[in-house]
Design a protein around this ligand. Structure first.
Ligand code: BMX
Ligand code: ZN
Length: 295
């Protein structure tokens, strides 16, 4: 079964692709519906064109994935959706065996396989609607007994920071994510302000936007430092719409450079598969027989 329909369900977009020999041969994308009750019908419409050819479905999804059920750590990222039986919903739509894993965990696997210099310990960090992470330690992807492993976006960044949608104050996600960037921008540019707009203002040289983006990058730099010192990381790979944005990696590097060397991984880079890391990661976990198996 090597024709894989891979799905990436994120807080902002849902992508689907037909993956053959680990290459995307066809791809489609829609916005994640604001109203969670529309999720099933949106998935049905997105997946239908791929179904005749696909033999198996792999899904990289935002949220904690445990036994095929999505539980949101930060329900605000999914319009309030907190509990969604994603595996059975997609199995019912496609009538195909369906395998689901967290999006950052999936992306960590494909990016680990793409590393040019061999590594033992790697963290993939996505800075997007939320902040997610996937950990590959001793060349093994860590999912954890309940799927929670790698949810490092909810480690503490600033005890006096904003309230995070998970219910804790000052998580990395509440400062660094695209959602947090948009929220900070609203104070300057009004309620309609988006994260992309703030980023564009930063590129254009606006001082307030530069401060907001710098806070985000500093929070990610400290997260990288904390993960490196606790897990002895060789390499960190950044992904997600903010992580991949022009100039962001450089800002993170600048903040890390202010710390003692012991806090720096040997290497930091951008996801080689860019925005497709989750799609390819979920498919690879099945094709490599590394995590997913189908009877
Ligand atoms: C949140 C959490 C993680 C996810 C990360 C990135 C939810 C719904 N998601 O921390 O599981 O990996 O966001 O998600 O609680 P994305 O939507 O930004 O890709
Ligand atoms: Zn949080």
């Amino acid at each position: 079964m090597s024709k894989v329909l891979s799905v990436d369900l994120g807080g902002t977009k849902i992508a689907a692709a037909l993956v053959i020999n680990k290459k995307i041969v066809e791809r489609a994308q829609v916005a994640t519906p604001k109203a969670p009750e529309q999720l099933e019908s949106v998935l049905k419409e997105l997946l239908a064109p791929f179904m005749p050819e696909a033999q198996v479905v792999t899904v990289a999804s935002t949220g904690i994935i445990n036994k095929g059920i999505l539980t949101a750590l930060n329900p605000k990222n999914l319009g309030g959706l907190n509990h969604f039986p994603i595996q059975s919903v997609i199995e019912n739509i496609t009538q195909l065996p369906t395998l689901v894993i967290n999006d950052a965990q999936a992306a960590a696997w494909s990016e680990f396989k793409l590393l040019k210099t061999p590594a033992s310990n790697m963290a993939f960090i996505t800075v997007s609607t939320g902040v997610g992470a996937g950990l590959v330690l001793a060349e093994t992807l860590h999912v954890g007994p309940s799927g929670l492993s790698g949810h490092a976006g909810h480690m503490l960044s600033d005890p006096n920071g904003p309230m995070c949608g998970c219910g804790r104050k000052g998580c990395v996600e509440s400062i660094a994510s695209g959602t947090a960037i948009a929220a900070a921008g609203k104070a300057f540019w009004g309620d309609e302000c988006t994260g992309q707009q703030v980023y564009q203002y930063f590129i254009n040289g606006d001082r307030d936007a530069a401060n907001i983006i710098s806070c985000s990058a500093k929070s990610i730099a400290n997260l990288i430092a904390d993960l490196t010192i606790s897990l002895d990381l060789d390499v960190v790979i950044l992904g997600g719409s903010v992580g991949l944005a022009e100039g962001y990696l450089e800002l993170v590097r600048n903040h890390l450079d202010l710390l003692p060397d012991i806090y720096k991984p040997r290497d930091i880079g951008l996801a080689q598969s860019g925005a497709d890391a989750g799609l390819l990661g979920a498919a690879s976990l099945y094709l490599d027989k590394s995590y997913f198996t189908v009877n």
